[in-house]
Every structure is written in structure tokens, then in C-alpha cells.
Design a protein around this ligand. Structure first.
Ligand code: FPP
Length: 228
């Protein structure tokens, strides 16, 4: 029975639309407010002693089904966010990485992502991963196909883990905001031994203070990883 610190935190950000609706605003305002929350939470994680990686679910493979105008808005917001975020990344020592099928994004957005990764690659306080056009089943299928293309006829768990797009440590804690309690095809493999926290708070209202309370609660939990 051991108490382990959080090294890898994953977050399903949900509730931007409801946050905006509650205020009589357009959904896009909820997404803008949600982007501010990403900054606040990333800054908290960079100052947290044990957290090495924080992975945010920013755009799923299913999100293309949203109205065209909302998808276009999210793409522009992502581009602006990355452009404006460089100062925060450098100030807090944050390395930026993206996972997902990035080739489906516009060439200019792909360039922005690559440039941000390049500019921040030597930062060591925290790795911020944005899951973009990400789906876990697609990631696992890609890993298996990659191993088969290398000529493997049988594979180990270690080989699958290494072939995934996320070569980071297993996730210790998953948080989902807005009261929904589902995984939505997010990091299924990497969440095998994670602890879960579901909060009714809508993502734009989520704060570093609430995350701090959740991390304190996490540190009290006993994780047995199947042992006694
Ligand atoms: C869910 O809210 C949120 C998303 C679509 C993903 C998160 C997106 C952001 C935080 C926007 C900014 C992101 C970046 C990286 C700049 P929802 O629209 O599903 O909310 P609802 O369930 O209340 O409608």
C-alpha cells in the first residue's frame, strides 16, 4: 500500500458551452474563458513539486461533428492561444507537446504547433500536452499497426506503450469537469491505474485552488496497483 505523488495529471475539460449559456453568451465565449483556465492550471502545475506532465483533452476526433462555425472558431482560438502562450511557457519553464492526428489540421496550424514545440523544447519544469484531434482507440490501433509494419507478430505491453503517441508516464490522476462521468475515448491505455475525480465545476470556473484541494485529496488515497 503506497501513497504516490502525482507525476502525470490528465484533464477532460468540459462545460464551456454550458458556462456561456448560463451567462446568455455565445458558446465561443465559453471556449475563450476555457483557454484562460488552461493557462491558470498549467501555471499551477509548473509550480507543483511533483507534477511533470499535464495532458489536456482539447479537441477529440469526434469534435469535428460540431457545427462548422464552432470548429473554425476552435481552430482559430488554438492558433491564437499558442501564439500568445510563448511568454507563459518560457516564464514558467513549460515544454509544449501535441498528440493526435495533426495532419488533418490546416498547414498553418500544423506549423504553429511545430514551432511552439520547437521553441519550448528545452524547458524542464513541466510538459504541457494538448490532445488535438485525439482518439484513444485510434492511437492504440496506430501503435499496433506500427509494430506489425516493423515485422512483429506478437507484441508486449511495453512495446505497445512505447509505440503510442504519448511516451509519457502512466496517468496518476484524471479530472473531468462539468459533472459528466465518462472517458470519451481519452487515453484508455494510459489510464489503466489512474485515480479519477469528477467535479461538477464547469471548466471555465475551475481554479488552481480547486486543483490544489483535489491534489491534497489524491495524496491521501492509497493506491495498491492490484496488490494488498
Ligand atoms: C468542452 O466544452 C470543451 C472542449 C470542446 C474542449 C476544450 C476546449 C477549450 C478549453 C477551448 C480552448 C482550447 C485551446 C487549446 C485553446 P463543451 O463545448 O463540450 O461544453 P458543453 O458540454 O457545456 O457544451
Amino acid at each position: 500500500m503506497s501513497k504516490t505523488p502525482i507525476k502525470h495529471l490528465a484533464i477532460i475539460m468540459d462545460g464551456n458551452g454550458r458556462w456561456a449559456k448560463n451567462r446568455g453568451l455565445n458558446r465561443s465565449k465559453g471556449h475563450e474563458a476555457g483557454a484562460e483556465t488552461i493557462r491558470e492550471i498549467t501555471t499551477y502545475c509548473a509550480s507543483h513539486i511533483s507534477i511533470e506532465t499535464v495532458t489536456f483533452y482539447a479537441f477529440s476526433t469526434e469534435n469535428w461533428k460540431r457545427p462548422k462555425l464552432e470548429v473554425e472558431f476552435l481552430m482559430r482560438l488554438l492558433d491564437t492561444y499558442l501564439k500568445n502562450e510563448i511568454d507563459t511557457y518560457q516564464k514558467h519553464g513549460v515544454r509544449f507537446k501535441a498528440i493526435g492526428c495533426l495532419h488533418q489540421f490546416s498547414k498553418s496550424l500544423q506549423k504553429r504547433i511545430a514551432k511552439t514545440e520547437e521553441l519550448t523544447k528545452t524547458n524542464t519544469n513541466l510538459t504541457q500536452v494538448l490532445a488535438l484531434n485525439y482518439g484513444s482507440r485510434s492511437e492504440i490501433t496506430g501503435a499496433v499497426n506500427k509494430l506489425m509494419a516493423e515485422g512483429k507478430t506478437s507484441v508486449t505491453e511495453k512495446e505497445i506503450s512505447a509505440a503510442l503517441q504519448t511516451p509519457y508516464t502512466d496517468i496518476d490522476l484524471l479530472i473531468r469537469t462539468s459533472g459528466e462521468q465518462r472517458l470519451s475515448n481519452f487515453l484508455l491505455w494510459q489510464l489503466s491505474y489512474a485515480e479519477f475525480t469528477f467535479t461538477p465545476t464547469l471548466w471555465p470556473d475551475f481554479t488552481a485552488k480547486e486543483l490544489d484541494d483535489i491534489t491534497i485529496d489524491f495524496e491521501q488515497r492509497s493506491r495498491r496497483f492490484g496488490g494488498l
